[in-house]
Design a protein around this ligand. Structure first.
Ligand code: NAP
Length: 472
């Protein structure tokens, strides 16, 4: 049984009444109906959560105890996963199959990877006469987006706890209910009080309070580049560490000797995954002029297989976008791309149906790499196809945005693709469809972010180094 009528915040190991009287409604984007609500925290609630996290923080907490905390969270996740999957389908419109795979299973795989990283990590090492000790950073403020609500929380909260930190979590307003269900399960599993605290509310108020709070030692933020820059500026006033996972405009570079059918099929699927609301989406497809017409033909055929509809219909591959605001943003981008002279070859800005925030999977050809659609993150199911002349031109276009989060290279020759990939300014690249690796660090170059999540590098973000010079 879901509890979508949330009256309490999770502070110091208990569900407690908020000081603030405000409420945030959660809307199902497929039906446009309010399905539940969460409290809107007041500044006093954030202070209480931070104080609880501070009391719970013990820099000498053993690795065995941290491991036990992680194992409890993973067990809780496993139990709660079916409920959370359904809730993600309802609160942000992810089709059930995508909610099961790309949302909850991926989050569980990431969680298990974080536990294995902890098990294999050496927290101390000798360098000459020094003992280097890696200690937990302290109280972590975690601010997360709505697009993969569970996953984004797991890849912050679990490494933080593995490092020995304590956490105050503020999830996004559009999709908070799945996280209340997660915290219910974690509460039952019996984490020590104050290790994890959950406060919901407007980012512009309580997100900023967390970023500027003198008792928060590190802010880990995932969201838009604009808000990330603001969070970093606020955090700088108390000289705290900040990690940022931000936006992207990733390039899928198809070299002239690539398997075009595979590159197009996987590329279109990647761009439209989760209705295009994926930070790592390959939203620019770079195609050699010599194979351009064939690629467009393949794209047209592939797009027809992306059926749009009810997230709970098993045939659906694209659900609604997460909110009315997001739908209007995406439609605005489509309108302006047409005005900028891009050629619409699939979809368009028209709203689909009378109810629900649906946008058709949309493809533009002949996109000018310097136009708005060639440069800016849409965060909806919109693919920009860009022709290029030669490899140098492809590299210039791939690197020609302010972002650098992800991408792909396809070639008949893996060495050629790898050589190209080394020159792309981005934190991750998949070569010929190389699959996701939960142990590989993830993060952005340029304005896509600062710092890494997952793997050893993801754990080390939450650790600081102390050098002890020993007598010889
Ligand atoms: P967003 O508007 O930047 O919001 C992200 C989070 O920040 C939300 O919890 C939001 O709270 C909060 N927030 C808003 N204004 C704030 C402020 N002034 N100070 C502190 N916190 C504030 O992003 P979004 O629309 O939720 O998510 C989409 C963006 O996230 C895209 O740009 C996407 O690329 C990026 N993203 C990046 C990654 C990555 O790993 N690099 C992963 C996923 C998403 P409210 O709910 O109140 O607005």
């Amino acid at each position: 049984m879901h509890n979508y009528d949330r009256k309490n915040l999770y502070i110091d190991g208990k569900w407690v009444s908020p000081t603030g009287a405000g409420v945030i409604d959660v809307i199902d984007p497929a039906t446009e109906q309010v399905i539940g609500s969460v409290p809107s925290s007041a500044p006093e609630d954030v202070d209480a959560a931070v104080a609880a996290a501070r009391r719970a923080f013990d820099p000498l907490v053993t690795v065995a105890e941290r491991r036990d905390r992680l194992a409890k969270i993973i067990e809780a996740m496993e139990k709660a996963l079916p409920d959370i999957t359904e809730t993600i389908g309802r609160e942000m419109g992810a089709p059930l199959r995508i909610a099961q795979t790309a949302h909850t299973q991926l989050a569980l795989t990431a969680a298990r990877g974080i536990l294995s990283t902890l098990d294999n990590y050496q927290f101390e090492e000798r360098v000459g006469n020094s003992l280097l000790v890696r200690e937990p950073y302290g109280v972590v403020g975690a601010i997360t987006p709505w697009n993969y609500p569970l996953y984004q929380v797991v890849v912050k909260v679990l490494p933080a706890i593995a490092a020995g930190c304590t956490v105050v979590l503020k999830p996004a307003n559009e999709a908070p209910l799945s996280l209340f269900e997660l915290v219910d399960a974690i509460h039952e599993a019996g984490l020590p009080p104050g290790v994890l605290n959950l406060v919901s509310g407007p980012g512009a108020v309580i997100g900023e309070q967390i970023a500027g709070h003198p008792e928060v030692d590190l802010v880990s933020f995932t969201g838009s580049t604009t808000v990330g820059a603001r969070v970093a500026a606020i955090a700088a006033q108390t000289v705290k560490k900040v990690t940022l996972e931000l936006g992207g405009k990733s390039a899928n570079v198809i070299l002239d000797d690539a398997d075009l059918t595979a590159a197009v099929k996987v590329g279109v699927g990647n761009c439209f995954l989760n209705g295009g609301q994926t930070c790592v989406a390959w939203t620019r497809m770079l195609v050699p002029r010599s194979r351009y017409d064939d690629a467009l033909e393949l794209i047209r055929g592939t797009v027809t297989r992306y059926s749009v509809g009810d997230p709970f219909d098993p045939a659906t591959r694209i659900g609604p976008v997460a909110s009315e605001r997001q739908m209007e943003t995406v439609r605005g981008f489509i309108d302006r791309a047409e005005r900028d002279g891009a050629r619409l070859i699939a979809g368009g800005a028209d709203k689909i149906g009378d109810v629900g925030f649906y946008v058709a999977p949309t493809v533009f050809a002949d996109v000018d790499p310097d136009s708005e659609l060639g440069q800016e993150e849409v965060f909806g199911p919109v693919l920009a196809v860009i022709p290029y002349e030669d490899e140098q031109d492809a590299l210039r276009i791939a690197n020609g945005t302010r972002y650098g989060l992800s991408g792909a290279v396809w070639s008949g020759d893996v060495d050629r693709a790898t050589t190209f990939a080394r020159r792309v300014q981005t934190g991750q690249l998949d070569i010929n469809g190389g699959r996701h690796n939960p142990l590989a660090p993830f993060g952005g170059y340029k304005q896509s972010g600062v710092g890494r999540e997952l793997g050893r590098a993801g754990l080390e973000e939450y650790l600081q180094l102390k050098s002890l010079q020993l007598p010889e």
